[in-house]
Design a protein around this ligand. Structure first.
Ligand code: RIB
Length: 304
């Protein structure tokens, strides 16, 4: 069983032809709202990949959480353990998506910032997962608690370094798998990571012994695999028309975790996670764009 420890947001998205300049107002956007948050997106991805998945999170007792709960009520394979606060709002994300599918996101964390180590510890002890998935829209003391319990409860940790926080450097050696995009890699390695060659270069100097994946969007994924003598390999991306890139990294992390938990090897897990991300970016929204495993398997026939 996979337990995602992470954030829940309501995403307010406006699609625009282009991002506004500073001080400029654009009036031809089109709006939609969708459940989101990196934690929830990863949990939904893992559940839709076919693995029994739980999410431990913190939300407000408000209309946003009502909307998200209602939206997810028929989600197979997903159980949510929320801490519900009366005096904090559910996390809110304002997202702009341009006509190339690129996004700019601002988050007000609300109740996500209140997720407590005690609640997470209790859920970990009750559910006894074999995999735990973490990202960085939650407090550092929660991440530390998970790492402290890793050896006691004997679970594997997949850590997604999104969004970048300076405390990542203190714990990056502890998880079994680390997934980062080029922006986070640039902060973590202190050097420009923008394509396959610069990602390979950055990973050559990585001093720790866990597996690291750098996701590069249309440039694919670069993997450092300690189990194959620290071999660095490149996985090209599938070609796809990008409608909205929101949630692509989360879909990758959720699918990757589910595939490893289901016994796939690293290469196959990365391949399926990339295919799932390719389907995700071809549609609008975060949670609403994450594909079921049958869609991913059938899309593999058409993806190049
Ligand atoms: O990774 C995409 C997510 O980032 C969005 O769903 C938004 O809520 C922010 O957390």
């Amino acid at each position: 069983m996979i337990l995602v420890v992470g954030s829940v947001n309501i995403d307010f998205t406006i699609k625009v032809k282009r991002f506004p300049e500073e001080g400029e107002t654009i009036t031809d956007g089109s709006f939609f709202q969708s459940p989101g948050g990196k934690g929830l997106n990863q949990a939904v991805a893992s559940a839709r990949a076919g693995e029994k998945t739980s999410l431990v999170c913190s939300v407000g007792n408000d209309v946003f959480w009502n909307f998200i709960e209602t939206y997810l009520k028929n989600e197979k394979n997903l159980t949510i353990f929320p801490e519900v606060y009366d005096n904090f709002s559910t996390g809110i994300a304002f997202i702009l998506v341009d006509e190339k599918g690129k996004n700019k996101i601002v988050v007000s964390p609300g109740a996500n910032a209140m997720l407590s180590p005690n609640h997470v510890r209790n859920v970990l002890e009750q559910s006894n997962p074999n995999f735990v998935v973490l990202q960085c829209e939650i407090p550092f003391d929660v991440v530390q608690t998970v790492m402290e319990m890793k050896n006691k409860l004997n679970f594997i940790v997949v850590f997604n370094t999104a969004p970048f926080k300076s405390w990542i450097r203190e714990i990056i050696h502890l998880p079994d798998f680390v997934i980062m995009n080029e922006v986070e890699a640039k902060h973590i390695f202190g050097k420009d990571v923008k394509d396959k060659d610069s990602a390979v270069n950055a990973l050559k100097d990585y001093p720790f012994h866990n597996s690291v994946m750098i996701t590069l969007g249309k440039d694919g994924v670069v993997l450092l695999n300690p189990e194959k003598g620290r071999k660095i390999s490149h996985f090209p991306a599938f070609e796809v028309d990008v409608v909205d890139s929101t949630g692509a990294g989360d879909t990758f992390a959720g699918y990757f975790s589910a595939m490893i938990s289901a016994g796939k090897d690293l290469e196959e897990a990365i391949n399926l996670a990339q295919a799932a991300s390719a389907v995700c970016v071809s549609r609008e929204g975060a949670v609403k764009s994450i594909p079921e495993i049958r869609e991913v398997l059938s899309s593999l026939k058409n993806l190049k």
